[in-house]
Design a protein around this ligand. Structure first.
Ligand SMILES: [Zn+2]
Length: 92
């Protein structure tokens, strides 16, 4: 029998690994179109989640996966800023 209590699960957009919300790092596309790390997971907008693996972070930034999930076009500059933000945010 599955456990009865339900903890919302999030899924890494690269490897598909699931975890509780606090275990994955949220990236948000705000209504303005700006994309940034959202370590608090509170900002409104379309969200994507990444697990803590550096390979997933790199893949999300390099292979256009994030763009597909967030339905946004990211310039190299956007990606550079986002990468810095993700490094800073890390995983709590
Ligand atoms: Zn992953």
């Amino acid at each position: 029998m599955p456990k009865r209590h339900h903890v919302p699960q999030r899924r890494c957009i690269v490897c598909g690994e699931t975890g509780e919300k606090k275990e994955l790092l949220r990236i948000v596309r705000e209504p303005s179109g700006a994309v940034s790390a959202d370590p608090g997971g509170k900002r409104s907008g379309r969200g994507a989640y990444l697990c803590e693996k550096a390979t997933c972070r790199e893949a999300a930034l390099k292979k256009g996966r994030l763009e597909a999930v967030l339905k946004v076009k990211l310039s190299q500059d956007d990606l550079t800023k986002l990468a810095a933000g993700l490094n800073e945010a890390g995983i709590s």
